[in-house]
Structure formats: C-alpha cells, structure tokens
Design a protein around this ligand. Sequence first.
Ligand code: SF4
Length: 348
Amino acid sequence: MSVFIDFNQSIYPFPAKPMRLNTDEKQFYRERIKALLIEKNAVIVAHYYTDPEIQALAEETGGCVADSLEMARFGARHSAATLLVAGVRFMGETAKILSPEKNVLMPTLDAECSLDLGCPEEDFARFCDEHPDRTVVVYANTSAAVKARADWVVTSSIAVELIDYLDSLGEKIIWAPDRHLGRYVQQKTGADILCWQGACIVHDEFKTQSLSKMKALYPEAAVLVHPESPQAIVDFADVVGSTSQLIKAAQTLPNKSLIVATDKGIFYKMQQACPEKSLYIAPTAGEGATCRTCAHCPWMAMNGLKAITQALESYGEQHQIHVSDNLREKAMLPLNRMLDFAESLSAK
Ligand code: SF4
C-alpha cells in the first residue's frame, strides 16, 4: 500500500549564478586552492553534480568526487583536518556529523536543496508523531534535524534494498522527502509506504514528450534515469539508478549513445568512464523552453573556484558547518545504520 499526502509545494527562489571567471582567473584560483589545501591540511569532497572544473580539481588534489553516500564515507575515513565539501548544505552537515573533530567548510552555506527545503523539521516531526506505528526512513537530502527524527537515513544507491529489508521485517514505513523516489521504491518492493511529497527541482523538470522525440532522433541510445524523476520518465528508462549506478551502467551498456536524465554535472565522470560514447542530456524545456534549472542544480552551481578559495583563506563563520552535540548524537544513529547496512550489502 502507498498513501500519498498532499502537501503544498513551494516555489523556491533560485540563487544568482556565480560570476563567470576568465581563463587567467580560473588558473589563479586553481593554483591558490592547491596551495591552501596543502597549507591547511584540507581535502575537497565534491559531488557529481558540481561543475566539471570543481570535480577535476578535487581529483587532481587527492580529494573525491562521489555520490552523497561515498562523500560521507570518504570524509570520515580521510586523515585531513579540514573537509572542504563542494555540494549542498546537507552534505556538509552529514560530513560534520560523521567527523565532528574536523573543520567542515563549504564554499557557501546558501547552497540549499529543494528536497531539504521542502521538508521542514517541525512539520515533519508532527507528521511522524501522527503515525507512531511507522518506521521513519529519510533520504540523505534532509537537514540534520530531520535526520535526527528518523530511524534510518538512506541514499538512492541502497534505497530499494533497505526498504525491501524493512518490508521483510513487516515494518510499515514513512518515506521522506522525495515523492518520486518514494513511489519508485514502493513499486519495486511492494512495501507499505506513507510518502512525504517533496521533489527535486532538477529531476522534476524532465519532460516526457521531448524525451520521446529525442529517443526517436537517437533510436539506438539507451535511456538512463535517476529515480528522483517523475514516473513517466522512469517508464522510459533502460536503466534506473543512483548517480554511481548510472555511471556504471554507462560504462557497461553496449549502446554507443546514451540519453541521461539527471543533473548534467554527472557528465564529467560519465564521460571519463566511457570516453568513446556520445552522451545527451534528457530534455527539460519542452516546447516552450521554460525550464528553470535546465538539468543543472542552481545550488550545486554555487560551488565556484572563487568561493572555495575564500572558504579556505578565511575559515570564516559564513563557511563553517556546525551541528550541535545533541543533534549530532541523534542524527548519528540513523546515519550509522545506513553505513552499516551499505557495508553489509557490499560484503555480500
Ligand atoms: S539536484 Fe535536486 S536533489 Fe540534488 S541538491 Fe539539487 S535540488 Fe537537491
């Protein structure tokens, strides 16, 4: 059974696009960041959706480029005193929860996520209180406070497996905040899920009609879809998976061309994985070219070279992630459950 609660969706104001840098400026900031990382014993932990130049710099300097699960693991394992998290705020918070002894810096604390914004702590706590018989599973894309209210945290890479496991124990579930991923997981597992109605502004914009036309244009192309996308887009998919799973699929599928429905930041690592293949971003605009994100998260785009330099130079409060001890202890439990569960899956 799946019950969907109808919450009003807010329209979020988008941040201004970072100022474009010329080639000399980029080179200047790159060199400055490299020097600062050494001087401050810091490492860059970047998400697949950041701009290619940030991902390249992370790789060049011994950092990581990964999905949110692997970012969390990498940050916790690494010996650096400072983690520079290039992503959105919940990723910085997760890093701080798992590595409280480290400085966790972000280029900007204004890098939000529509899923996190769409699931405010108090509303969510009330919702959970109304359904005390349900196990609370929240997606990684939530605030530390929402994680602290949960029994489990999960990422898209292990969501189906975790819900399947909980279902096998006979547990009824509250899922938050992404409604599309919640529906996808419910269909895959048949679990009893009560779903919060959040959405990712990037994936929510992929358009079926335009995708259908694109597929007609490239009939040989495989369609790769992230499960934060609407049902009609998922129905088009040859492969549905998390960012890491889509990169792997791009490499292993026999198709020479791929249409990809997720943030186009993923193309940096995907093209590395299969340099000989042609990659096309799934259409978001429809006929009217009305896309707001055009397949790139406006908050991920805030992680620019200049902002990273400023964070590492100043260690200012406007870049520091703090999580109170009380919140950290509560959020740590469901996060550790997720990490242990992921570990047990990879040991199989
Ligand atoms: S791409 Fe979507 S889910 Fe990811 S950070 Fe941006 S708004 Fe959140």
